[in-house]
Design a protein around this ligand. Sequence first.
Ligand SMILES: NC(=O)C1=CN([C@@H]2O[C@H](COP(=O)(O)OP(=O)(O)OC[C@H]3O[C@@H](n4cnc5c(N)ncnc54)[C@H](OP(=O)(O)O)[C@@H]3O)[C@@H](O)[C@H]2O)[C@@H](O)CC1
Ligand SMILES: [K+]
Length: 496
Amino acid sequence: MLYTIKQLRQIEQSALSSLEPGTLMRAAGKAAAQAALQLLKTPNQAVLILVGPGNNGGDALEAAVHLANAGHQIFVLHSPSKTARSPSGQQAFNQAQACTQINWLASDAPLQDNYALVIDGLFGIGLTQLAQQKISPALQKQITQCNAMSCPILALDVPSGLDADTGTIITNIAIQASHTITFIADKAGLHTGDGQDYAGLVEVADLDIALEYFPVSVSELNKPALFPDIAKPRRHNSHKGSNGTVAVIGGAVGMQGAVILAARAALYSGAGRTVASFVEATPNFDAQQPELMCRPAQQVQFNPDTVVVIGPGLGNSIASFDLVSRALLSTSPLIIDADALNLMAQQPALHALCNGRDKLSTLLTPHPLEAARLLGCSVEIIQADRISAAKKLARQYSSVVILKGSGSIIAHPDGNMVINPTGNAGLASGGTGDVLGGVCGALMAQHKNMWQAALAATYLHGTAADSLVALGIGPIGLCASELLVEIRKQLNTLLK
Ligand SMILES: NC(=O)C1=CN([C@@H]2O[C@H](COP(=O)(O)OP(=O)(O)OC[C@H]3O[C@@H](n4cnc5c(N)ncnc54)[C@H](OP(=O)(O)O)[C@@H]3O)[C@@H](O)[C@H]2O)[C@@H](O)CC1
Ligand SMILES: [K+]
């Protein structure tokens, strides 16, 4: 589960009431040292430890003593506190000072690239935006030098500079860790926005805090256990009618490829029948994928058994507006993407129709710019707090939402939120969103559960990209159409 900084502070306070002072910091330091030993592999290695002014620095000092006792050469770069240390921080500091094997570097020491590991204990969840000016030029330079080093960087709790709630960088420079060991519980900011780029591989150390201290969380990382209905084998005694119909609507002149991609994705994700519907200039058929039925959009039959994916390349003509209105007024489950989202953002009447629908029959799949249009704000505001933006969209549009981007966020209109950990930068190219829409449509058509369809589609779209990149296909130059066969493989691998 994912917890906010506020919740973590409460968990820490409640747990500490029944523990000896310093217990949690000692446990954090020990867990950090164990994670460091895994990365060091061989004995007698040089380790640089960045120690900040707060308790994150205290954790690092605890780890420093463990690693020195394990026979490693420890070099501590300490940013002293202007305010008094906490009692446990002071205890950790005294203990480290008493440890004769630890080498203390001068605060302005230039850093050579000759360490086997850097441990980042500068700032954790106590980082605040207000204190921005406090990172001294000397420390900024040292952070730059660490980021350029060839060795791994292990961040303690949170890579310094990253906001653990939002995944944004709130200082002028931040540690780019290859690994993060995070304490008590996992945090959303490590997995969305800049989180994945700065945190690297994330491991959670719960510090043996009893479960009773953890409140119920409505946020977690995406995994197949969250979409059990989708991961079920298909009945042998089934026919195309059992697997639903998907109609993709879009394809203004010059944008027909968007409909083709979404429709092919629906086909490869198991839709029984797939109709590719064009608002203008309908092709006779798709020569590469003749299974698709190509029809003018005006002929789409809206009914509860036809899942409609509307928006890919739809344009903003009057005909497009009419189609979005008809779709929103219909009983068809809807996946609303791209231009259909833009039309809804421009036309309050469409927004009102969306709110009038059954909330689990509508899925919006905006990228950050589309989300900004829907919420009437800038893309910077969306990216500064992606989680709040996704939740707000789900609430304001009474729909399930996938806010795309690094660490896509799937938000339920009732407030639940899931961050998708799969996928990579190969997905940052045109057409991948159309493919995602098609997969959502096909999974909804087969399983009739919009929340699980959204979770499964996002997950599979990401695992397909990860699998292709592992084969050397991307991330650079990965094409949306290359995802199709791989998504089919990933989906079939899931079936139990
Ligand atoms: N709670 C838990 O779950 C547990 C917490 N534990 C550990 O404690 C960590 C939290 O410790 P924390 O509260 O002392 O804050 P921390 O992250 O060390 O940073 C605060 C210091 O940074 C400074 N500072 C802040 N913003 C700044 C900026 N933008 N630019 C520059 N400076 C800035 C700020 O200065 P100030 O504004 O106070 O003068 C203050 O001195 C947590 O992440 C985990 O590692 C574990 O030991 C056990 C369980
Ligand atoms: K840190």
